[in-house]
Write a protein that binds this ligand. Structure first.
Ligand code: ADP
Length: 421
């Protein structure tokens, strides 16, 4: 069986989020970090998500990267293609949701698609074409002050029209609430003289009905929620069977290493909790900067402690201490020092045969992923909402849990550890 769904996500965590949803719906899913340059083994895989970092790039670069990804996916002859963006429709004045969608439609020689960012379980809904974040209009929510993608207009028809080249229509809630057949009919009518249909969505069951109505669209675009009905479509078409084991990953043995670079309130609690039962070692940026701390010392410590089964390295600290470090080293340099040290540590631990890494911190995760340089991540069960266990597949498989900021409960590290067994 071949890959049924080819997805392009405009950032890394968005890609993981979508992949997680697909796995939960019964599709075996992998996440690729950028467009692969080497051949990858996709046997037994139902859905592929290519993670780009194109959200805030200049439009022409975002278009080029997205088209490269689509051309690569087209070689797989996918049944359907999916452009994933943020549920708050994060885009700059020039794009990139509009321009990229236009380019993808052209490349697929299609003339119509839907715009569906809603994710009701996270409070993102669309009514009369207006995007809400919980009880507020997008333009009145915190998103209006976003440093890179300030969203000052909640009306998706207007936002989309200003960024793209086609006519934008609406499938209103009155139609959506009547179910898949009515939505499908509305798509057919709109497609005669519109390029995009913004679809009102206030609940998960709306998303399911919209998903069902999309069965014959070659390209769909939306947040991660739009994916929930797709597995059923492929099953109804007789193309595959929803899998019970779509989230199963390899069983690996050996010591697990927690690396914590996040200083969020929740991460501080998680670090304290984990420290109670496992050996841990603090990373001090000032001592690294002064040359007092060397990587070798950490590796010697690890060699002594690895029989404990799990150990933790953490830079996580209280705000007042961070402030002091930042005053002494500068904000950027302090971060750089910690991230580079974590990356070097991970590379060295990888060489020592460590196969289980649990990482806290968005930027820290970025540094760790860069050091391990995987081309493909298989997506497993969720450890916490939005944080799946993943596996780097290949000659030396590894299990990886990447969580940013405040994600997870106090026992997140323990939970991840348990799921890696
Ligand atoms: P989060 O997801 O919580 O924002 P990140 O990893 O994205 O976590 O960001 C935390 C940043 O703080 C990283 O750049 C990390 O290197 C830096 N950092 C971690 N510990 C310290 C510390 N003790 N002093 C200064 N900076 C630190």
């Amino acid at each position: 069986m071949s890959v049924l769904l080819g997805c392009i996500a405009d950032d890394f965590t968005g890609a993981t989020d979508l992949a997680s949803f697909l796995v939960q719906s019964g599709m075996k899913t992998v996440q690729l970090i950028g467009v692969p340059t080497e051949p990858v083994d996709l046997s037994g895989i139902d859905a592929v998500v290519i993670a780009l970092k194109s959200r805030t790039l200049p439009s022409e670069v975002a278009i080029r990267q997205s088209l490269d990804a689509l051309k690569w996916l087209k070689e797989l002859n996918c049944e359907q293609y999916y452009f994933k963006y943020c549920s708050t429709f994060d885009s700059t004045a020039k794009g990139n949701i509009g321009p990229v969608t236009d380019a993808l439609l052209d490349e697929l020689e299609e003339s119509f698609t839907i715009i569906c960012p809603s994710l009701p379980i996270n409070g993102r809904t669309v009514y009369k074409g207006n995007l809400f974040v919980n009880d507020e209009l997008l333009s009145e929510s915190g998103m209006r002050n976003h440093p890179l993608t300030p969203m000052t207009d909640a009306n998706l028809l207007r936002v989309m029209a200003s960024q793209s080249s086609g006519k934008v229509g609406l499938v209103p809630f009155e139609v959506v609430s009547q179910g898949a057949q009515s939505i499908k009919k509305a798509f057919t009518t709109l497609a005669k003289n519109h390029r995009y249909a913004v679809v009102d969505t206030v609940s998960n069951s709306d998303l399911e009905a919209i998903g069902e109505a999309c069965a014959n669209l070659k390209l769909i675009t939306g947040g991660s929620g739009l994916s929930i009905g797709l597995a059923k479509n492929f099953q109804n078409k007789g193309l595959f069977k929803i899998r019970e084991n779509s989230a199963d990953l390899s069983k690996l043995t050996g010591t697990a290493v927690v690396l914590s670079g996040s200083c969020s309130v929740m991460t501080q609690k998680q670090v304290s909790q984990f420290q109670k039962h496992h050996p841990s070692k603090k990373i001090d940026p000032i001592e690294i900067a002064s040359g007092k701390t060397k990587l070798d010392e950490f590796l010697t410590w690890f060699d002594q402690k690895r029989t404990a089964g799990a150990v933790m390295f953490f830079a996580t600290d209280m705000p007042e201490n961070i402030k002091q470090v930042q005053e002494e080293l500068g904000v950027e340099r302090a971060s750089e020092i910690v991230e580079q040290f974590m990356a070097n540590l991970v590379s060295a631990l990888d060489k020592r045969g460590v196969t289980k890494f649990i990482v806290a911190g968005g930027e820290t995760s970025g540094a760790v992923v860069k050091a391990l340089n995987p081309s493909l991540l298989k997506i497993g069960h969720s450890i916490a909402p939005g944080v799946p266990l993943t596996e780097i597949v290949g000659n030396s498989p590894k299990l990886l849990a990447l969580k940013s900021g405040n994600f997870g409960d106090e026992d997140f590290f323990e939970k991840a550890l348990e799921m890696m067994k």
